[in-house]
Design a protein around this ligand. Sequence first.
Ligand code: LMR
Length: 397
Amino acid sequence: LFSAVEMAPRDPILGLNEAFIADTRSNKVNLGVGVYFNEEGRIPLLRAVQEAEKVRLQAAAPRGYLPIEGIAAYDSAVQKLLFGSDSELLAAGRVVTTQALGGTGALKTGADFLKRLLPDATVAISNPSWENHRALFESAGFNVENYPYYDAASNGSDIKGMLEKLNSLPARSIIVLHACCHNPTGVDLSNDEWKQVLEVLQARDHVPFLDIAYQGFGDGIYEDAEAVRLFAASGMNFFVSSSFSKSFSLYGERVGALSLVTASREESARVLSQVKRVIRTNYSNPPTHGATVVASVLNSDELRAMWEAELGEMRQRIRDMRISMVDKLAALGAARDFSFVKQQRGMFSYSGLTADQVERMRAEFGIYAVGSGRICVAALNNGNLDVVTQAIAEVIR
Ligand code: LMR
């Protein structure tokens, strides 16, 4: 049965974790996966999460099955975070939200549902994009294309190329967009650029799929959902995949959500019934712990304020690391100006390092980054910054 099964390549991101763990060098640094590490180099367990977990443990609640769509208090907290608590769409019952297995699970549930709705549609993702976007939509049976996004010359967005491509795709294509903190480039569209994109999407009757996995890591929790609110105000139907992996530091708990904006409350009921079938036939219903914790935090004034402060600290530390990285590289006389790294948003820096340079960083210095040149700035700290910047300066010399 398995004799002809070929060895698959390692996952471009999670495969780095495997290689990193197997690496026996004591000074190794993992800048591959998108995970926030604190100044001590550890994944934090947020205080707000610890408080909510204490209450949960004391309650000794039974572990029955959750509803297929997840915990109601969680789903509605997600909606408010994304669309705003005063959203007209929410009041009109036009948003369907289901708990999902992280942002990836939300994307896959959305992709499987879309395959039933638009089986022949083209999916377009940004060039570059998160490595798993293409694989995930292809595995759901779609043909996946790229739209231009990043302009290497300016280290900014290629909005002209993007609009041209979106205009030329077949009508009713599915357009995957990073709502904030673009992965891997850290380059976000301005409000004005978002409006131009929205106009083309509406004119071409495309289906927007907003992916928001880093809300709170750009400018703030509210600010980072600007694109979601813009699309909400447009009257379009669209998909949103969201995640608390990073913003709650709950990676392994798989806490995400899929939200769909429909035309009416009545349509929402029909859409929900179908999304539930997708979930039921994939994994039946979601797990309890992470979503319970997130719902408790978001629905408590006290814990929510604590969480917002902690997320603010993470955001600020990443910004500080960007500045330190740029300054140190300049002080080392690096052969390139890295000041653009200060403008990038979120956890990543698209460093411009080539695949060969990334490989040299790993082989010679034990520093792991993604082959695209993506570096997780959120894994830098004052203890590893010197070795990392020295290695970068060396490989680009
Ligand atoms: C990343 O981009 O590194 C994260 O989103 C983790 C993942 O699942 O790839």
